[in-house]
Design a binder for this molecule. Sequence first.
Ligand SMILES: CSC[C@@H](O)[C@@H](O)C(=O)COP(=O)(O)O
Length: 341
Amino acid sequence: MPHLQSRSLRIYADHLEYLDQTQLPQAEQWVRCDSPEEWQHAVKSLAIRGAPLIGLSAAFVLSQYAARHPQSDWQLVSDRLRATRPTAVNLMYCLDAMEACFEQGVNALAERAAELFSEDRALCQRMAERGADLLKTGDRVLTHCNTGALATAGVGTAIGALAVAKQRGVELHVFVDETRPLLQGGRLTAWEMADLGIPYQLITDSMAASLMAAGKVDKVMVGADRICANGDFANKVGTYMLAVIAHYHQVPFYVVAPYTTVDPACATGADIPIEQRDPAEIRGVAGAFGEVTWAPDNAPVWNPAFDVTPAKLVTAWVLDTGVFDAAAIARGEHCLGRGES
Ligand SMILES: CSC[C@@H](O)[C@@H](O)C(=O)COP(=O)(O)O
């Protein structure tokens, strides 16, 4: 029996198992992870993905490594884990928390990782309830990428809000952006909507503008990988485009995230490091779910995994600590909750 479990992670005393998100929804395959190297491979391939889940799984991998190798250089391993994906700051948050326990030894590390896991579950619930307060029966909500239970220890971020609304009896219709190039929407969010029993329709990312022009979208809700001091935020590439068209069509645009995604050290979006990925993902479909190429071999590619949405396009930032408008963000109120849980 695992000590701790979420929709996509099982924690045992000396190893973890993850639900391989590259195989979903065709197969629900749990994979054992015994080492930092295996974890890095899983995270780079997006078998483990989503800002909170990346950070939480890293905390357990580090604690289990430390228990197995009490004499080795834990800092070196933490540095390697930290460098695996650069954009989502939750990874840095979790590793900072773990490094602060190095001197207290392996038991303290295991306890800290478990605390981070329980904390994330509670943060999800709080932000999801605040997000659900913004939704009413009949709302047609457009979302991007995957922000549900698969990506966190709890109900999720933006999808968490949809799930809580559904539990309250609020009847929604969700438009799911397919989310090119790695199809987190088409594969994972569509699967989670069906699991939650929320009516949805899948669209390609390029259909969002005409859907809004047709008056079919009431709200946009997305997650975040890093929120800056000025409210700019990084999220899955395509989010910025959605924010621009939502602004043009006067559709409210909400970002839902835990305080662990806020990075007060990033003054503006220009400070966020954006991950560049394998050109093969754009030349066709690449990854564990298959490989088909349609572009010319070696076609030059630009493949950023994330983009930055400027604060001026956001209607409100829905955090576990509160719902913040532009004036509250300008006063830095979203940064105040950082460090408290
Ligand atoms: C958990 S929600 C926030 C984000 O992590 C999510 O929207 C996202 O962009 C995930 O990107 P991914 O590359 O799939 O890890």
